[in-house]
Design a protein around this ligand. Structure first.
Ligand SMILES: C[S@@+](CC[C@H](N)C(=O)[O-])C[C@H]1O[C@@H](n2cnc3c(N)ncnc32)[C@H](O)[C@@H]1O
Length: 255
C-alpha cells in the first residue's frame, strides 16, 4: 500500500493555512478573478486536487455542480466532514472522487465547463502530462483555472528570514520548501503558457496572488480588512506588482 503523502499535511493545511491571513488572501484573490471568468451557475465544474473542498464549497453554495477529484483519502475525508456541515442541497452538488488528475479523464469519461486546479501543480513532478489531463477534462470553450507558484520571486522568502546565502541561491532556484515543509516547484508564466498551448488551451488572462501580505512588505499574519483585500486584488492585476506575487493564477480557454 502506498502511503498517502497528504496524510500528515491535511491538518496543517486545512486547520493551519486556511485560518491564516495568507490563506484568506489567497482564496479571496483567486475567487475574485475566477468568478469574473466562469460561466454563470449552474455549470458543471471539476476541482482537480480539490483537497478538503475549500475552493469548491463557495461555488457549490452559489449553485455550481462540482466534481472534486483528489488522490488523498485523508483530504477527501476532510472534505466529507466539511460537506456534513452544509445544507443538503449544497452538499449534494459536490461529488467526491478519489483519483489522480492524470487518471481522471479515463475514470470520469466526461468533460466540464470549467476545470479548476489551484495550488496543486507545484507538487507534480511532470507538469506537462498533468496539464494535458486538465485539458482532456475540459469541453470546447471551457475555462481552465490554474494556480502555480511563482519561480521568479524565490529569492524573497529567504530575504524575509535574513538568510542572504539563501537569497543568492534563490535567484536561480526552481524549488523551495513551502510553509508545509514540502519542496515545491516554482513555474513561470511562459512555462504554463507553453504547456497550455501544447494541450490545446489558449491563454485568456493571468493575475498575481498575494503580494503585500506574503511577509516581505507587511507581516505574514494579522487581521484581514476590506481595504487589505481590495489592495491585494488591485496588486494582482497590474505590473509590476502581479509579477512579484508569491503565486500566480492563469486562466485559459479550451480550444
Ligand atoms: C495544497 S493542496 C490544495 C487543495 C485545494 N486545491 C485548495 O486550494 O484548497 C494540494 C492537493 O493536491 C492533491 N494532489 C497531489 N497530487 C495530485 C495529483 N496527481 N492529482 C490530483 N491532485 C493531486 C493533494 O492530495 C492535495 O489535496
Amino acid at each position: 500500500v502506498t502511503k498517502d503523502p497528504w496524510a500528515d499535511l491535511a491538518d496543517p493545511f486545512v486547520d493551519g493555512h486556511y485560518n491564516t491571513r495568507r490563506g484568506k488572501v489567497r482564496t479571496h484573490v483567486i475567487h475574485h478573478h475566477l468568478r469574473t471568468h466562469l460561466p454563470p451557475p449552474p455549470a458543471r465544474l471539476i476541482d482537480v486536487g480539490g483537497g478538503a473542498g475549500h475552493q469548491s464549497l463557495p461555488l457549490a453554495r452559489d449553485g455550481y455542480d462540482i466534481t472534486l477529484v483528489d488522490p488523498s483519502s485523508t483530504m477527501l475525508e476532510r472534505a466529507r466532514q466539511q460537506l456534513a456541515q452544509e445544507p443538503a442541497d449544497v452538499a449534494q452538488r459536490i461529488h467526491l472522487v478519489e483519483a489522480r488528475a492524470e487518471d481522471a479523464p479515463e475514470i470520469l469519461g466526461e468533460r466540464f465547463a470549467g476545470v479548476l486546479c489551484h495550488g496543486v501543480i507545484m507538487y507534480i513532478d511532470e507538469p506537462q502530462p498533468f496539464v494535458a489531463a486538465l485539458a482532456a477534462l475540459a469541453q470546447p470553450g471551457a475555462l481552465v483555472s490554474l494556480v502555480a507558484k511563482n519561480q521568479r520571486v524565490m529569492a524573497v522568502l529567504p530575504a524575509i528570514q535574513s538568510d542572504w546565502a539563501g537569497v543568492l541561491a534563490g535567484f536561480d532556484a526552481t524549488t523551495q520548501i513551502n510553509g508545509l515543509g514540502v519542496a515545491t516547484r516554482g513555474d513561470t508564466l511562459e512555462d504554463v503558457t507553453s504547456w497550455f498551448n501544447e494541450s490545446g488551451i489558449d491563454l485568456l488572462a493571468w493575475y498575481g496572488v498575494r503580494l503585500f501580505t506574503d511577509g516581505w512588505i507587511s507581516p505574514r499574519d494579522g487581521e484581514t480588512t476590506d481595504d487589505l483585500m481590495a489592495a491585494e486584488v488591485e496588486a494582482s492585476r497590474r505590473d509590476p506588482y502581479r509579477q512579484m506575487s508569491r503565486l500566480f493564477h492563469v486562466l485559459g480557454t479550451r480550444r
